[in-house]
Design a protein around this ligand. Structure first.
Ligand code: CMC
Length: 378
């Protein structure tokens, strides 16, 4: 057997062959099925992009209409899932609530008919349709309110914002939210996608695949960074404090949240688009002083860490966009999950097409032939 060099974090080691998305980290290029992210952000919708990723081609008008209608019909969650969610502690993190709820779906649809395209389509539709409903339901229930029913006359993103805030969203906000979902839907072999593929490779059900990926996404080095960015900007408090904050953190060897990426060594193209979206929202709904702090921070970090290829990543500006929409900080990562579920499902499907169970090796660096010491002699 070929022995490979151990790379912490599996850096640079291919874990799969995939035709779903592509990143050029030196040039700052991201493509989904070969289409540039900038083009999709400008011209597509989240559901169309999800279809593209999962089925490999842009849908025709009819195919898209059918998919949108299927998703619309499956937005409601079972009352027993809702009742289970009611028992979750209000102080629990919404990502934990989402992970538990996604896993619970498997109790209702646990049939593992993985060779049946109808089973695959149903699971895709059900997960894409219900994850936003679960996020919104937990948000309302932790405030002591009943969840609101989805509205069939609203599109995917507008309906989510309606379920979250109990009022119809502004059209620009809903459009920008939809673009945010496009930007977050897929990103090659990141930690949560890897987690999804490992789980998928055991041939378990897709609800377990999504639940494991949600758990992985929640960590502060992955999707959880967007929450921490806002907390960091609040802690900095003013443009004048940026330089000393950055210097102190770097001296302590602390990471600056929302900066750096394993693959991108230039500014993440999604961060550039999100920054423009934030500016559109500020123009319509008023400025945000944290945006000035963020821009100054980008300048100072570039000066200090640009030579290491550390620039803003997708999480740096997304929080400012969501904040302007009035979304609570601890929902930023669940919103990331609402988008990313379609990417995970594309990888689930691809994994099944040429499956081999993941079973890497390890470099054992422990002891051998150790004598067992009876407990009273230790
Ligand atoms: N702030 C300060 N220094 C950094 C940062 C940062 N955010 N990121 C990397 N570095 C430095 C790091 O100290 C190291 O320096 P040196 O070589 O002198 O020791 C060098 O850059 C390489 O860092 P690394 O930690 O080995 O890089 P990695 O590829 O293992 O980690 C990362 C990538 C995203 C986990 C890391 O950049 C990080 O922790 N960033 C902050 C958290 C964050 O924003 N995460 C969101 C990532 S993008 C979206 C997503 O995946 O969900």
């Amino acid at each position: 057997m070929m022995v490979c060099e151990y790379k912490p974090g599996l850096e640079g080691i291919p874990a799969a062959q995939s035709s779903i998305s592509y990143v050029d980290g030196q040039k700052g290029i991201l493509e989904y099925r070969g289409i540039r992210i900038e083009d999709l952000a400008q011209q597509s919708t989240f559901l169309e992009t999800a279809y593209l990723l999962i089925w490999g081609e842009l849908p025709t008008k009819e195919e898209l209409q059918v998919f949108e209608e299927e998703v619309r019909l499956h937005r409601r969650i079972k009352y027993r899932i809702r009742d289970m969610m009611k028992c979750f502690p209000e102080s629990g993190h919404p990502m934990d609530a989402l992970q538990a709820s996604a896993a619970a779906l498997g109790l209702f649809y646990s049939r593992r008919d993985l060779h049946n395209p109808v089973y695959i389509r149903d699971a895709v539709v059900r997960l894409i349709a219900t994850i936003p409903t679960m996020v919104a339901a937990f948000q309302l229930m932790r405030k002591g309110n009943d969840p609101v029913k989805p509205r069939d006359d609203l599109d995917y993103s507008a309906n989510f914002l309606y379920m979250l805030n109990e009022k119809e969203p502004d059209a620009l906000a809903a459009k920008i939210f939809d673009i945010c979902l496009i930007l977050h839907v897929e990103h090659t072999m990141n930690a949560s996608t890897f987690s999804a593929r490992v789980t998928a490779s055991t041939l378990t059900d897709p609800y377990a695949v999504v639940a494991s990926a949600v758990g992985t996404l929640g960590g502060p080095l992955h999707g959880g960074a967007n929450e921490e960015v806002i907390q960091m900007l609040e802690e900095i408090g003013s443009v004048e404090n940026v330089r000393s904050y950055v210097e102190e953190r770097l001296q302590r060897k602390d990471k600056l949240m929302g900066f750096g990426h394993r693959v991108y060594k230039v500014k993440d193209p999604r961060a550039t688009i999100l920054q423009h979206l934030a500016e559109q929202l500020f123009a319509k709904f008023g400025a945000d002083k944290y945006y000035d702090i963020a821009q100054e921070m980008e300048r100072v970090v570039e000066e200090k860490l640009g030579h290491k290829g550390i620039y803003p990543n997708v999480d740096f500006y997304s929080g400012l966009v969501y904040r302007k929409m009035g979304i609570p900080t601890d929902l930023f990562t669940p919103i990331f999950a609402i988008a990313r579920v379609a990417g995970w499902l594309a990888h689930w499907k691809e994994q099944l097409e040429e499956n081999r169970i993941f079973r890497p090796t390890q470099v054992y660096n422990g002891k051998h032939s150790v004598t067992y010491t009876p407990i009273d002699q230790r």
